[in-house]
Design a binder for this molecule. Structure first.
Ligand SMILES: [Zn+2]
Length: 88
């Protein structure tokens, strides 16, 4: 099962911290910032961390082998915690 949906420009996933769907850019021809990932939708790893603030929350996380690792200064309930990604 896939943990993310993606096309050549964008990867999307459900954030268990915000409860929303985040998207990040993986194509250099698209807008900044550009992230690198392992292109494995079943066990995604992102190189570096994602800062994905929304109107409601500050959300800064890493994705390692299908696990969301939230940094401690996120403003949602999973700050400082890790949680397995859900299947799409
Ligand atoms: Zn989030």
């Amino acid at each position: 099962m896939s943990k993310v949906t993606h096309d050549e420009n964008t990867v999307r996933f459900v954030c268990l911290g915000c409860g929303q769907r985040h998207a990040f850019n993986v194509c250099a021809n698209h807008q900044e910032p550009v992230y690198r990932w392992n292109e494995n939708s079943q066990s995604p790893t992102i190189y570096g961390t994602l800062q994905l603030d929304t109107d409601e929350y500050q959300c800064h996380l890493a994705i390692r082998a299908g696990v969301l690792q939230f940094l401690s200064y996120c403003t949602h309930r999973l700050a400082g915690h890790s949680e397995k990604m859900r299947d799409e």
